[in-house]
Design a protein around this ligand. Structure first.
Ligand SMILES: NC(=O)c1ccc[n+]([C@@H]2O[C@H](COP(=O)([O-])OP(=O)(O)OC[C@H]3O[C@@H](n4cnc5c(N)ncnc54)[C@H](O)[C@@H]3O)[C@@H](O)[C@H]2O)c1
Length: 328
Protein backbone atom coordinates (compact mmCIF):
# COMPACT_ATOMS: atom_id res chain seq x y z
CA UNK A 1 0.00 0.00 0.00
CA UNK A 2 0.97 3.66 -0.37
CA UNK A 3 1.09 5.11 3.13
CA UNK A 4 1.41 8.75 4.18
CA UNK A 5 3.28 8.88 7.51
CA UNK A 6 2.94 12.25 9.22
CA UNK A 7 5.61 12.81 11.86
CA UNK A 8 7.80 10.22 10.13
CA UNK A 9 10.96 12.08 11.19
CA UNK A 10 10.05 11.60 14.86
CA UNK A 11 10.72 8.71 17.20
CA UNK A 12 7.70 6.42 16.70
CA UNK A 13 6.92 7.56 13.13
CA UNK A 14 10.42 6.87 11.80
CA UNK A 15 10.49 3.36 13.27
CA UNK A 16 7.02 2.65 11.83
CA UNK A 17 8.30 3.87 8.46
CA UNK A 18 11.22 1.42 8.63
CA UNK A 19 8.78 -1.42 9.40
CA UNK A 20 6.33 -0.42 6.67
CA UNK A 21 9.13 -0.39 4.09
CA UNK A 22 10.36 -3.78 5.33
CA UNK A 23 6.84 -5.13 4.69
CA UNK A 24 6.92 -3.86 1.10
CA UNK A 25 4.74 -0.75 1.50
CA UNK A 26 5.61 2.62 -0.05
CA UNK A 27 6.12 5.41 2.47
CA UNK A 28 5.55 9.15 2.05
CA UNK A 29 6.72 11.07 5.10
CA UNK A 30 5.16 14.45 5.89
CA UNK A 31 7.05 16.26 8.64
CA UNK A 32 7.86 19.91 9.37
CA UNK A 33 10.93 18.83 11.40
CA UNK A 34 9.74 20.92 14.37
CA UNK A 35 10.85 18.14 16.75
CA UNK A 36 11.93 15.42 14.32
CA UNK A 37 15.22 14.69 12.60
CA UNK A 38 15.65 14.53 8.82
CA UNK A 39 18.27 11.78 9.20
CA UNK A 40 15.73 9.56 10.99
CA UNK A 41 13.62 9.30 7.80
CA UNK A 42 14.56 6.10 5.95
CA UNK A 43 16.27 6.74 2.60
CA UNK A 44 13.68 4.66 0.71
CA UNK A 45 10.84 6.92 1.91
CA UNK A 46 9.78 10.04 -0.01
CA UNK A 47 10.10 13.08 2.25
CA UNK A 48 7.94 16.23 2.27
CA UNK A 49 8.98 19.04 4.61
CA UNK A 50 5.38 20.12 5.09
CA UNK A 51 3.22 21.17 8.05
CA UNK A 52 0.14 18.95 8.36
CA UNK A 53 -1.97 22.11 8.64
CA UNK A 54 -1.01 23.06 5.06
CA UNK A 55 -4.22 21.75 3.53
CA UNK A 56 -3.24 22.51 -0.08
CA UNK A 57 0.03 20.59 0.16
CA UNK A 58 -1.60 17.62 1.90
CA UNK A 59 -4.30 17.48 -0.79
CA UNK A 60 -1.68 17.62 -3.55
CA UNK A 61 0.50 14.91 -1.97
CA UNK A 62 -2.51 12.65 -1.30
CA UNK A 63 -3.70 12.97 -4.92
CA UNK A 64 -0.32 12.92 -6.69
CA UNK A 65 0.91 9.94 -4.69
CA UNK A 66 -2.45 8.11 -4.71
CA UNK A 67 -2.26 7.60 -0.94
CA UNK A 68 -4.22 4.57 0.36
CA UNK A 69 -3.90 5.18 4.10
CA UNK A 70 -2.48 7.67 6.58
CA UNK A 71 -0.59 7.05 9.83
CA UNK A 72 -0.85 10.30 11.78
CA UNK A 73 2.03 10.59 14.28
CA UNK A 74 2.71 14.32 13.90
CA UNK A 75 1.83 16.15 17.09
CA UNK A 76 3.02 18.28 19.90
CA UNK A 77 3.59 15.79 22.69
CA UNK A 78 5.54 17.28 25.61
CA UNK A 79 3.17 17.10 28.58
CA UNK A 80 4.73 19.88 30.73
CA UNK A 81 4.60 22.28 27.74
CA UNK A 82 0.95 21.35 27.19
CA UNK A 83 0.12 22.70 30.64
CA UNK A 84 1.79 26.08 30.09
CA UNK A 85 1.05 26.51 26.36
CA UNK A 86 -2.26 24.79 25.50
CA UNK A 87 -2.74 27.07 22.47
CA UNK A 88 0.13 25.39 20.63
CA UNK A 89 -1.34 21.97 21.40
CA UNK A 90 -4.84 22.79 20.18
CA UNK A 91 -3.30 24.44 17.11
CA UNK A 92 -1.29 21.38 15.99
CA UNK A 93 -3.13 18.43 17.52
CA UNK A 94 -6.63 19.65 16.66
CA UNK A 95 -6.71 22.55 14.22
CA UNK A 96 -3.86 21.56 11.86
CA UNK A 97 -4.83 17.89 12.12
CA UNK A 98 -8.41 18.78 11.16
CA UNK A 99 -7.20 20.73 8.12
CA UNK A 100 -5.24 17.64 7.09
CA UNK A 101 -8.24 15.37 7.63
CA UNK A 102 -10.38 17.58 5.41
CA UNK A 103 -7.73 17.48 2.67
CA UNK A 104 -7.69 13.68 2.92
CA UNK A 105 -11.48 13.59 2.71
CA UNK A 106 -11.35 15.72 -0.42
CA UNK A 107 -8.71 13.39 -1.90
CA UNK A 108 -10.88 10.35 -1.07
CA UNK A 109 -8.42 8.81 1.43
CA UNK A 110 -10.54 6.75 3.81
CA UNK A 111 -8.08 4.77 5.94
CA UNK A 112 -6.60 6.53 8.93
CA UNK A 113 -4.56 5.45 11.96
CA UNK A 114 -4.09 7.96 14.76
CA UNK A 115 -1.45 8.08 17.52
CA UNK A 116 -3.44 8.74 20.67
CA UNK A 117 -2.22 8.31 24.21
CA UNK A 118 -2.88 6.90 27.68
CA UNK A 119 -3.08 10.57 28.73
CA UNK A 120 -6.73 10.57 27.52
CA UNK A 121 -7.61 8.65 30.71
CA UNK A 122 -6.17 11.25 33.12
CA UNK A 123 -5.88 9.86 36.64
CA UNK A 124 -7.51 6.44 36.21
CA UNK A 125 -9.66 5.09 39.02
CA UNK A 126 -8.36 1.55 38.50
CA UNK A 127 -5.69 -0.52 36.77
CA UNK A 128 -5.38 -2.04 34.26
CA UNK A 129 -7.27 0.46 32.11
CA UNK A 130 -9.92 -0.67 29.61
CA UNK A 131 -10.71 1.36 26.49
CA UNK A 132 -14.20 2.26 27.71
CA UNK A 133 -13.02 3.47 31.14
CA UNK A 134 -13.70 7.16 31.90
CA UNK A 135 -11.63 9.62 29.93
CA UNK A 136 -10.81 12.70 32.00
CA UNK A 137 -7.51 14.14 30.76
CA UNK A 138 -5.56 16.28 33.22
CA UNK A 139 -3.44 18.18 30.67
CA UNK A 140 -4.16 19.83 27.34
CA UNK A 141 -2.05 17.18 25.57
CA UNK A 142 -4.46 14.40 26.61
CA UNK A 143 -7.46 16.63 25.94
CA UNK A 144 -6.35 17.49 22.38
CA UNK A 145 -5.80 13.80 21.62
CA UNK A 146 -9.25 12.90 22.99
CA UNK A 147 -10.77 15.75 21.00
CA UNK A 148 -9.24 14.44 17.77
CA UNK A 149 -10.42 10.90 18.55
CA UNK A 150 -13.96 12.33 18.73
CA UNK A 151 -13.46 14.12 15.40
CA UNK A 152 -12.44 10.80 13.87
CA UNK A 153 -15.48 9.00 15.29
CA UNK A 154 -17.79 11.61 13.74
CA UNK A 155 -15.96 11.62 10.41
CA UNK A 156 -16.11 7.84 10.30
CA UNK A 157 -19.86 7.77 10.81
CA UNK A 158 -20.65 10.68 8.47
CA UNK A 159 -18.10 10.26 5.67
CA UNK A 160 -17.50 6.51 5.60
CA UNK A 161 -13.95 6.74 6.92
CA UNK A 162 -12.28 3.82 8.57
CA UNK A 163 -10.24 5.06 11.52
CA UNK A 164 -8.32 3.51 14.39
CA UNK A 165 -6.89 5.39 17.38
CA UNK A 166 -4.07 3.69 19.24
CA UNK A 167 -3.63 4.86 22.83
CA UNK A 168 0.05 4.23 23.49
CA UNK A 169 1.30 3.74 27.00
CA UNK A 170 5.08 4.33 27.46
CA UNK A 171 6.67 3.96 24.02
CA UNK A 172 10.28 2.91 24.51
CA UNK A 173 13.23 0.99 23.02
CA UNK A 174 15.02 1.39 19.69
CA UNK A 175 15.96 -0.36 16.46
CA UNK A 176 19.44 -0.29 14.88
CA UNK A 177 18.73 2.80 12.77
CA UNK A 178 16.53 4.89 15.07
CA UNK A 179 16.04 5.55 18.76
CA UNK A 180 14.50 8.07 21.10
CA UNK A 181 15.84 11.61 20.66
CA UNK A 182 13.39 14.21 21.95
CA UNK A 183 14.69 17.71 22.73
CA UNK A 184 14.13 18.40 25.52
CA UNK A 185 14.01 14.77 26.62
CA UNK A 186 11.40 13.90 29.24
CA UNK A 187 11.25 10.11 28.92
CA UNK A 188 12.74 7.86 31.56
CA UNK A 189 15.09 5.54 29.65
CA UNK A 190 16.99 8.20 27.65
CA UNK A 191 17.16 10.34 30.80
CA UNK A 192 18.70 7.46 32.77
CA UNK A 193 21.27 7.03 29.99
CA UNK A 194 22.09 10.74 30.06
CA UNK A 195 22.76 10.46 33.80
CA UNK A 196 24.86 7.32 33.23
CA UNK A 197 26.92 9.08 30.53
CA UNK A 198 27.49 12.26 32.52
CA UNK A 199 25.39 14.34 30.10
CA UNK A 200 23.28 15.28 33.13
CA UNK A 201 24.30 15.33 36.77
CA UNK A 202 21.75 12.77 37.88
CA UNK A 203 18.35 11.25 37.16
CA UNK A 204 15.44 12.66 39.20
CA UNK A 205 12.72 10.38 40.54
CA UNK A 206 9.65 12.59 40.84
CA UNK A 207 8.10 11.36 44.09
CA UNK A 208 8.78 8.22 46.13
CA UNK A 209 5.70 8.45 48.34
CA UNK A 210 3.07 7.08 45.94
CA UNK A 211 0.77 4.24 47.07
CA UNK A 212 2.81 1.65 45.13
CA UNK A 213 5.05 -1.16 46.48
CA UNK A 214 8.27 0.93 46.35
CA UNK A 215 6.65 4.38 46.46
CA UNK A 216 7.54 5.31 42.85
CA UNK A 217 5.12 5.49 39.90
CA UNK A 218 4.25 2.38 37.92
CA UNK A 219 4.17 2.56 34.12
CA UNK A 220 3.53 0.14 31.24
CA UNK A 221 6.50 0.12 28.82
CA UNK A 222 5.91 -1.03 25.25
CA UNK A 223 8.63 -1.39 22.62
CA UNK A 224 8.21 0.86 19.56
CA UNK A 225 8.53 -2.20 17.32
CA UNK A 226 5.43 -3.65 18.95
CA UNK A 227 3.70 -0.31 18.38
CA UNK A 228 4.77 -0.44 14.72
CA UNK A 229 3.40 -3.99 14.47
CA UNK A 230 0.01 -2.84 15.76
CA UNK A 231 -0.09 -0.18 13.02
CA UNK A 232 0.64 -2.75 10.36
CA UNK A 233 -2.10 -5.04 11.71
CA UNK A 234 -4.43 -2.04 11.58
CA UNK A 235 -4.01 -1.82 7.81
CA UNK A 236 -5.79 -5.15 7.49
CA UNK A 237 -8.51 -4.14 9.94
CA UNK A 238 -9.32 -0.89 8.11
CA UNK A 239 -11.70 -2.49 5.63
CA UNK A 240 -15.10 -1.22 6.82
CA UNK A 241 -16.19 2.27 7.79
CA UNK A 242 -16.12 2.98 11.50
CA UNK A 243 -13.97 4.11 14.39
CA UNK A 244 -12.25 2.01 17.06
CA UNK A 245 -9.79 2.81 19.84
CA UNK A 246 -7.24 0.37 21.25
CA UNK A 247 -4.76 0.53 24.12
CA UNK A 248 -1.18 -0.38 23.20
CA UNK A 249 0.53 -1.60 26.34
CA UNK A 250 1.62 -4.92 27.75
CA UNK A 251 -0.63 -5.12 30.81
CA UNK A 252 2.47 -5.25 33.03
CA UNK A 253 3.84 -2.26 34.89
CA UNK A 254 7.28 -1.42 36.31
CA UNK A 255 8.16 1.15 38.94
CA UNK A 256 10.55 4.02 38.21
CA UNK A 257 12.93 2.54 40.77
CA UNK A 258 12.76 -0.84 39.03
CA UNK A 259 13.54 0.72 35.62
CA UNK A 260 16.49 2.57 37.16
CA UNK A 261 17.92 -0.68 38.61
CA UNK A 262 17.24 -2.59 35.35
CA UNK A 263 19.10 0.12 33.40
CA UNK A 264 22.10 -0.12 35.76
CA UNK A 265 22.15 -3.87 35.19
CA UNK A 266 22.02 -3.55 31.40
CA UNK A 267 24.75 -0.92 31.13
CA UNK A 268 26.91 -2.35 33.93
CA UNK A 269 27.44 0.82 35.93
CA UNK A 270 25.66 2.82 38.60
CA UNK A 271 23.41 5.72 37.65
CA UNK A 272 23.27 8.71 40.04
CA UNK A 273 19.73 9.43 41.21
CA UNK A 274 18.04 12.05 43.40
CA UNK A 275 14.50 12.05 44.78
CA UNK A 276 12.49 15.11 43.75
CA UNK A 277 8.96 16.32 44.48
CA UNK A 278 5.96 14.74 42.76
CA UNK A 279 5.00 16.32 39.42
CA UNK A 280 1.50 17.70 38.98
CA UNK A 281 -0.81 15.30 37.17
CA UNK A 282 1.39 12.17 37.43
CA UNK A 283 -0.94 9.24 38.25
CA UNK A 284 0.51 6.58 40.59
CA UNK A 285 -0.23 3.74 38.17
CA UNK A 286 -0.75 3.68 34.40
CA UNK A 287 -1.19 0.19 33.03
CA UNK A 288 -3.07 -0.91 29.92
CA UNK A 289 -5.44 -3.77 29.48
CA UNK A 290 -4.38 -4.83 25.95
CA UNK A 291 -7.02 -7.57 25.61
CA UNK A 292 -9.01 -5.77 22.89
CA UNK A 293 -5.93 -5.29 20.69
CA UNK A 294 -4.93 -8.92 21.18
CA UNK A 295 -8.32 -10.43 20.47
CA UNK A 296 -9.52 -8.13 17.68
CA UNK A 297 -6.25 -7.47 15.79
CA UNK A 298 -4.21 -10.50 16.87
CA UNK A 299 -1.45 -8.32 18.38
CA UNK A 300 1.22 -9.73 20.69
CA UNK A 301 3.94 -7.74 22.45
CA UNK A 302 7.01 -9.62 21.21
CA UNK A 303 9.73 -7.06 21.96
CA UNK A 304 8.47 -5.47 25.17
CA UNK A 305 10.39 -7.35 27.84
CA UNK A 306 11.86 -4.50 29.94
CA UNK A 307 15.49 -5.72 29.73
CA UNK A 308 15.20 -6.03 25.97
CA UNK A 309 13.71 -2.54 25.71
CA UNK A 310 16.60 -1.07 27.70
CA UNK A 311 19.23 -3.13 25.84
CA UNK A 312 17.92 -2.01 22.44
CA UNK A 313 17.85 1.65 23.51
CA UNK A 314 21.36 1.43 24.99
CA UNK A 315 22.75 -0.27 21.85
CA UNK A 316 21.33 2.54 19.72
CA UNK A 317 22.71 5.22 22.01
CA UNK A 318 26.18 3.68 22.03
CA UNK A 319 26.23 3.33 18.24
CA UNK A 320 25.19 6.96 17.93
CA UNK A 321 27.86 8.14 20.33
CA UNK A 322 30.48 6.13 18.41
CA UNK A 323 29.39 7.60 15.09
CA UNK A 324 29.56 11.13 16.56
CA UNK A 325 33.02 10.43 17.98
CA UNK A 326 31.90 11.02 21.58
CA UNK A 327 33.13 8.77 24.36
CA UNK A 328 31.07 7.66 27.36
N1 LIG B 1 6.62 8.61 22.68
C1 LIG B 1 5.64 8.21 23.49
O1 LIG B 1 5.86 7.63 24.57
C2 LIG B 1 4.18 8.43 23.10
C3 LIG B 1 3.18 8.01 23.99
C4 LIG B 1 1.85 8.21 23.64
C5 LIG B 1 1.53 8.81 22.42
N2 LIG B 1 2.52 9.24 21.59
C6 LIG B 1 2.14 9.89 20.33
O2 LIG B 1 2.89 9.30 19.28
C7 LIG B 1 3.20 10.28 18.29
C8 LIG B 1 4.68 10.29 18.03
O3 LIG B 1 5.38 10.59 19.23
P1 LIG B 1 6.96 10.71 19.22
O4 LIG B 1 7.43 10.38 20.59
O5 LIG B 1 7.49 9.99 18.06
O6 LIG B 1 7.13 12.30 19.02
P2 LIG B 1 8.21 13.09 18.16
O7 LIG B 1 8.20 14.49 18.66
O8 LIG B 1 9.51 12.35 18.14
O9 LIG B 1 7.60 13.04 16.69
C9 LIG B 1 6.59 13.91 16.24
C10 LIG B 1 6.94 14.30 14.82
O10 LIG B 1 5.91 15.12 14.30
C11 LIG B 1 6.49 16.24 13.62
N3 LIG B 1 5.51 17.32 13.66
C12 LIG B 1 5.04 17.97 14.76
N4 LIG B 1 4.14 18.89 14.40
C13 LIG B 1 4.01 18.82 13.06
C14 LIG B 1 3.22 19.51 12.11
N5 LIG B 1 2.36 20.47 12.47
N6 LIG B 1 3.35 19.18 10.81
C15 LIG B 1 4.21 18.20 10.41
N7 LIG B 1 4.98 17.52 11.27
C16 LIG B 1 4.89 17.83 12.58
C17 LIG B 1 7.76 16.51 14.37
O11 LIG B 1 8.73 17.24 13.63
C18 LIG B 1 8.24 15.11 14.72
O12 LIG B 1 9.06 14.58 13.71
C19 LIG B 1 2.65 11.61 18.80
O13 LIG B 1 1.40 11.82 18.21
C20 LIG B 1 2.50 11.37 20.30
O14 LIG B 1 1.48 12.16 20.85
C21 LIG B 1 3.85 9.07 21.91
Amino acid sequence: MRIMVTGGAGYVGSICSVELLAQGHEVFVVDDLSTGHREAVPEEATFYGVNVGDKGSILRIARDQRIDAVFHFAAKALIPESVTNPAAFFQVNVSASLAMLDALREAGVKKFVFSSTAAVYGNPASAPINEDDPKLPVNSYGDTKLCFERVLAWYASAYGMSAIAFRYFNASGAVAQVGEDHRPETHIIPLLFEAASGERECFTIFGDDYPTPDGTCLRDYVHVLDIARAHILALRALQCPGFAAYNIGTGESHSVRHVWKAAEKVIGRSIPVRIGARRLGDPAILCANPRKLKTELGWLPEHSDLSHIIESAWAWKQARIRSNGIRV
